[in-house]
Ligand binder design. Sequence first.
Ligand code: GLC
Ligand code: CA
Length: 570
Amino acid sequence: MEKRWWKESVVYQIYPRSFCDSNGDGIGDLNGITGKLDYLKELGIDVIWLSPVYKSPNDDNGYDISDYQAIMDEFGTMEDFDRMLATAHEKGIKIMMDLVVNHTSDEHKWFIESRKSTDNPYRDYYIWRPAKEDGSLPNNWGSCFSGPAWEYDKTTDMYFLHLFSKKQPDLNWDNPAVRQDVFDMMNWWLKKGVDGFRMDVISLISKEPGLPDKETGINGYATFNVSANGPHVHEYLQEMRQKALNNADTITVGECSGVTLEEAKKYARSDEKELNMVFQFEHMDVDSDEKAGKWTTRKMDLRNLKKILTRWQKGLQDIAWNSLYWENHDQPRSVSRFGNDNPAYRETSAKMLATCLHMMQGTPYVYQGEELGMTNAYFTELKDYRDIESIQYFHEYTEAGIYTPEYMMKCLMLRGRDNARTPMQWDDSANAGFTTGTPWIKVNSNYPKVNAKQEISDPDSVFSYYKKLIRLRHENEIIVYGDYKLLAPEDEALFIYTRMLGTQRLMVLCNFTEKEVSIPAEVTEQIPADAKLLIGNYSKQKEEMLQAYEARVYAYHLKILEKKKHPRLV
Ligand code: GLC
Ligand code: CA
């Protein structure tokens, strides 16, 4: 397998709005990030993925961009950005920008032009269609944020497509001028010295010709995945690689909703013609409902999670490259979702989840606060929610009688994106040290207990554990490049796998339950008596049992192969 720096890196995602506020307006900003780079250096990460910082009317917190080459007023200035970039580079930290080019804001100058007339030079930058002959919408596609994916515009008596909010019109990637403008913009950022891009919903950019009707979901619209992996997506990404990405030594990851394993091999193939890696979503759907998608209170079955992750681990091995994540700004907190955020188990289960993920093959991503074991906020009132997705779906599902308000609120508490967007918990002072003003979204009330200041100084904290995991990855090739193999696939409580590199072995043991569970004999047999405990989340182990949410990683060498070195056997 080719060695690459981006395979050996650990990426940390910053959601700037919620990271650190330097001027007391209640909104995180670039100077806030610059001030916390030493914290990230201490954690040991290599790359920052910065959620969008471009000019935006903030309908979707910066994922609706009105100027790709300017900074959002609330986040600071281009000088602030340059200072942040230079300071990060001085500390050896790379910066990966969020590239949101499936759509722009409706306040982007291209769209302002586009909507003016059918013969405007920018008309074909977006996807315009008339109503069907019977006056109905151009097709049955739905917006990812509820309702239809079409918005009527009276100036030209036509509809424009928006797979997200109606303030996020989709760009028409079939237009070569759109592609060229995007590549020029990317080159402008590369010239500035940024190190790569995380590509927002990049799997959706190529729409199926004719925009046909598709099967509908619970709200009567076809899901936004209707245009995933369209006919030209690979062609467009190859063009992007040649015309922009190859101009620098970049790290790239595509957010690929609706991507299958077979598709992922094309996006992230090791011949490096498209992207370095993808974010796949299958493991994020492990607790979804077939019809209602994420809006459910279902719990996952560990056997399914193991099956999915194993399929991706093995499927991409030697062919493409994986990315590893439990969290990001679109997902609830992993300790609340896959672990246990009861104070008795919060730290142990957060460390267990971290072990399970960081010992796999792929580039790991840590989302801000995950390294502290931050939990869901569980807001119980709609007025505390800020996310357009949660608010719009709450209205749609309850008004159409699909769910009762009580049940829908439960879904928001478990799955809403705001769970990940509450302010970073820096210390136990007012507002968790995030701001001296009024935060734009409420702080999680557990901050007096769960915060960076306390965890940095505690060698047994979740933070210290992450630090160790990151260091181990930097020091042990097997963690980056070793082959993966699942053991005991049918075990309902334990996730056990090995990594293999030459004669080296790692045995990773994780208990996903609060019960004490015995380790299967087929596993204990493989661990030699002199195996070294590389990391673990309990100070005392029991020989044949894993305690509640226990995780252990053993390192050893394969005995059989060592024997071969014996002169008589050569
Ligand atoms: C991606 C982003 C999400 C955003 C959406 C539309 O899924 O991660 O936050 O709402 O794209 O840009
Ligand atoms: Ca601010």
